[in-house]
Design a binder for this molecule. Structure first.
Ligand code: MLT
Length: 203
C-alpha cells in the first residue's frame, strides 16, 4: 500500500498508524502524530480505493452504507500490510496504535472487529460501526479513544454509543469524548486524544 514511514527516536514507543478520511492522503494526519508523540515512529497509509478520485480504505454503496465484502477484504489487506511493514522496517508488530479519522477510523475499527492482535490501541475520530455481522475478538485491555460530534450528520450519537458498547463488550477500555460540533476534527478533540494517549502510553 502507498505509505510514508518515519522512524522515531524512541524504539519502544508504539508505532502510530495514521489513516486518513475520504479524499485524504497519507500526508493529512502527520501533524497529529507530532502532537500525540513526537518520538514515535509513524506509518501513514493511503487507502487503496478511489471513489470519484477520492482515496478511501474500502468501498461504500452510498453515504454511510458500506460494501461489507470489500470492507472485509480491505481490512485483511491492511492487516497483511502491517505484518509486512513491521518486517520491512523492523518494528514490533504488536506495538501499533492506530489514529484514524472518519473513513480511516472506520477501517481501524474494522481491524479491531476482525483481528485480535491487530492493534495495541486506537484513537478513532468520528468512527461508525464498521460492520454488524461479526463476533468481535477478545479485546481485553485494548484502549480505544472515540471522538464524536453531538451534531455529526454522518455518525449519529446513538451509533457512537453502539460502537462504544460493542468494543467495551469485547473487553476494550473505551473512552468517548464528545464535541458539540459535526463530523469535523476539532483542535480540542485532537488535544484531548493526545492527552489520553500520553496517560495510557507514557513516553
Ligand atoms: C465512511 O467511511 O464512509 C465515513 O464514515 C464517511 C466518510 O468517510 O465520508
Amino acid at each position: 500500500m502507498k505509505h510514508i514511514y518515519q522512524q522515531g527516536t524512541n524504539p519502544s514507543a508504539p508505532v502510530l498508524l495514521l489513516l486518513h478520511g475520504t479524499g485524504g492522503t497519507e500526508r493529512d494526519l502527520l501533524p497529529l502524530a507530532g502532537l500525540i508523540d513526537p518520538s514515535a515512529s509513524v506509518l501513514s497509509v493511503r487507502g487503496n480505493i478511489l471513489e470519484n478520485g477520492m482515496p478511501r480504505f474500502f468501498r461504500r454503496l452510498a453515504e454511510g452504507v458500506f460494501d461489507e465484502e470489500d470492507l472485509v477484504f480491505r481490512t485483511q489487506e491492511l492487516n497483511d500490510f502491517l505484518d509486512q511493514a513491521a518486517q520491512q522496517y523492523g518494528f514490533d508488530r504488536r506495538n501499533i496504535v492506530a489514529v484514524g479519522y472518519s473513513n480511516g477510523a472506520n477501517i481501524a475499527g474494522s481491524l479491531l472487529f476482525h483481528y485480535k492482535d491487530a492493534l495495541r490501541g486506537a484513537i478513532l475520530h468520528h468512527p461508525m460501526v464498521p460492520i454488524r455481522s461479526v463476533p468481535l475478538p477478545d479485546l481485553s485491555g485494548v484502549p480505544v479513544f472515540i471522538g464524536a460530534g453531538r451534531n455529526d450528520p454522518i455518525c449519529a450519537p446513538r451509533e457512537t454509543e453502539e460502537l462504544a458498547q460493542l468494543l467495551g463488550g469485547a473487553g476494550a477500555q473505551v473512552t468517548v469524548h464528545w464535541e458539540a460540533y459535526g463530523h469535523q476534527l476539532t483542535q480540542t478533540e485532537v488535544q484531548t486524544a493526545a492527552a489520553w494517549y500520553k496517560q495510557l502510553f507514557p513516553q
